[in-house]
Design a protein around this ligand. Structure first.
Ligand SMILES: [Zn+2]
Length: 225
């Protein structure tokens, strides 16, 4: 099964572009965390490189991502006051899930993290000297103290725990009484939930009320709520 959040099989990461962006290039243009897309029913598409000229200003930064199949991939960042041209819009990635091709959606998440890393590593965190791109790899290096900063692609893990027709959910005490709980371990945020503040309950997927709750202090013993 192909997961939309993993790197596509035909994607090859690289930092050395064979040339300049052309009509076949895939362009991931961001304004802060928003991706520029062109609206066309039933889905959405990325803008062509020539269409980026309609933004009326040059990008703040441009990164080469590698290739998807035979198509070169680039990430761009534009200023916060850059307006989308007619027929396009800035859109958050979460809202694009299912509306953008799965491969492009996966690369968009990676592109956004690379752009954020590049933006936040302009200066050395140790001595304050302007950083420069390290030749041949995706890294920034301080010319003064030689500190090297690599991008950190944040992983996210979601799990589904089933018991016949029930699924295991977790909820925090600050949730409203009727609030639906969430999956018990999604990304590293789960580690912030201490056992004392976390309750786990089994629910039937179609049910709105808890079926059974398991005490965090004694997970092997269950009680009805
Ligand atoms: Zn330094």
């Amino acid at each position: 099964m192909t997961m939309p959040f993993t790197a596509p099989e035909s994607y090859v990461s690289s930092v050395i572009a064979a040339g300049e962006p052309d009509a076949d290039s895939l362009c991931f243009a961001f304004q802060q965390t928003l991706l520029l897309v062109a609206g066309e029913a039933p889905g959405l598409r990325l803008p062509a490189h020539w269409e980026l000229a309609n933004l009326g200003r040059p990008p703040l930064r441009r990164l080469y991502l590698g290739t998807l199949g035979l198509r070169a991939c680039y990430a761009f960042e534009y200023g916060a006051d850059t307006e989308a041209p007619p027929g396009m819009l800035w859109q958050g990635l979460r809202a694009l899930y299912g509306r953008l091709d799965d491969s492009l959606f996966a690369l968009a998440g990676r592109a956004l993290q690379y752009i954020d890393w590049d933006r936040t590593h302009q200066f050395c965190g140790r001595c304050g000297t302007p950083m420069r791109h390290r030749e041949g790899e995706r890294a920034r290096e301080c010319p003064a103290c030689r500190l090297i900063a690599y991008p950190r692609i944040a992983p996210a893990v979601m799990c589904l725990v089933r018991r016949e027709s029930e699924i295991l959910l977790a909820r925090s005490p600050h949730f409203p009484p009727a609030c639906t709980a969430r999956s018990p371990a999604s990304s590293n945020r789960a580690s912030r939930w201490s056992n004392a503040s976390r309750a786990r309950c089994w629910r039937k997927p179609e049910s709105a009320s808890p079926i059974r709750a398991i005490s965090p202090a004694s997970p092997g013993r269950s009680r009805i709520r």
